[in-house]
Design a binder for this molecule. Structure first.
Ligand SMILES: [Ca+2]
Ligand SMILES: [Ca+2]
Length: 333
């Protein structure tokens, strides 16, 4: 007789401001933790469960079993447990399993796999941006995260997966798409001059750059070269004075990944990017970056009571996946 264990993976990298929290939902087969309700919705079924949802967040990754494939939102994996020697032995390989992550980053880029905020593995993507990285873990709950570094050394936005109950089976999470990086050469651009928006993503791809203006938004496209580098020179002649915000996105294989965002001002003078502004959210140690140090600080408080208010990014008294989502959004690497 075969037993089934259920592995719940919650991808929690997404634009966060429109999220509403709900409670955990469980049945004998799965746990849906802190569902983040955004827009859209639907119904997913397998032989094991039925899931009605409103899960519209951007979610790189893929969930599949014999019954279905689902490429966004909350991801569920059925992990078939083999005839393992009964429970008990906690020691070596018996109950452990490996989790393999694969997908696309940037051509020849370094890709990092974090396990609970610690670097577990690094690897190099090939010239077509493909990467595979794995780690072996003991049974338990983990937060795995992936990011890549671009040709300037800048880190991508973090993609994180909450993995519950890894039980004695190798699991693969495929079709991950690392978001592009995005940078700009000026913090403020004098109206009439240009600002360069650039970064790295897949090679020979169309990079869509979405720009929020003081009065609306528009998009432009840049083409990446064979190394995945892209840049777009934005002319501000016709732009209104004020604050702007830009993010870039790339799509591949039905998955869309969106970068972190950058802000700039169209004003009366040119101020180069070198005079950077420190992130005002999630930089717990005030070192002008949101990175592994801050991640480690937050993970210490994961699911513990009495979270210090300054760490409670979604002020609800808990440090949970929602707070990590917010941190991921402001990630600077
Ligand atoms: Ca920091
Ligand atoms: Ca919170």
């Amino acid at each position: 007789m075969k037993l089934y264990a259920y592995l719940t993976i919650f991808v929690f990298i997404f634009s966060f401001y429109s999220v509403v929290l709900a409670t955990d939902y469980t049945n004998s087969n799965f746990i849906l933790r802190n569902p983040a309700i955004t827009v859209s919705g639907g119904r997913s079924t397998t032989t094991n469960f039925e899931f009605y949802s409103a899960t519209g967040q951007t979610a790189p990754g893929q969930s599949s079993n014999t019954s279905f494939t689902y490429q966004a939102g909350f991801l569920y994996f059925d992990v078939e447990e083999e005839e393992t020697p009964a429970s008990g032995g906690g020691g070596g390989g018996g109950g452990s399993g490996s989790v393999t992550f694969s997908g696309k980053a940037y051509p020849n880029s370094q890709v990092f796999l974090l396990k609970d905020s610690q670097i577990a593995q690094t690897t190099l993507a090939d010239q077509d941006a493909n990467f595979t990285v794995d780690t072996r873990v003991a049974p338990g709950d983990y937060i795995f995260s992936l990011y890549a570094k671009d040709y300037t050394g800048k880190s991508s936005r973090l993609i994180s997966f909450y993995v519950k109950n890894v039980l004695g089976k190798d699991t693969a999470i495929n079709n991950i798409l690392i978001p592009p990086t995005i940078s700009k050469d000026k913090r403020e651009v004098k109206k009439g001059d240009t600002i360069n928006i650039f970064g790295q993503s897949l090679g020979n791809a169309i990079i869509k750059i979405n720009i929020e203006t003081p009065t609306g938004s528009f998009s432009v496209n840049a083409n990446s070269d064979n190394l995945g580098k892209y840049s777009y020179v934005l002319d501000t002649d016709l732009l209104a004075l004020g604050e702007y915000r830009a993010e870039s996105q790339v799509s591949f294989g039905g998955v869309t990944a969106i970068s972190a965002f950058v802000k700039f001002t169209v004003g009366n003078e040119n101020i180069l990017e070198a005079d950077t502004v420190c992130p005002q959210i999630a930089d717990f140690n005030n070192d002008c970056a949101v990175n592994l140090i801050d991640f480690s600080i937050l993970i210490y408080w994961f699911d513990k009571p009495n979270v210090p208010a300054e760490l409670d990014l979604s002020p609800d008294g808990r440090a949970d996946l929602v707070d990590f989502s917010i941190m991921a959004y402001y990630w600077t690497g």
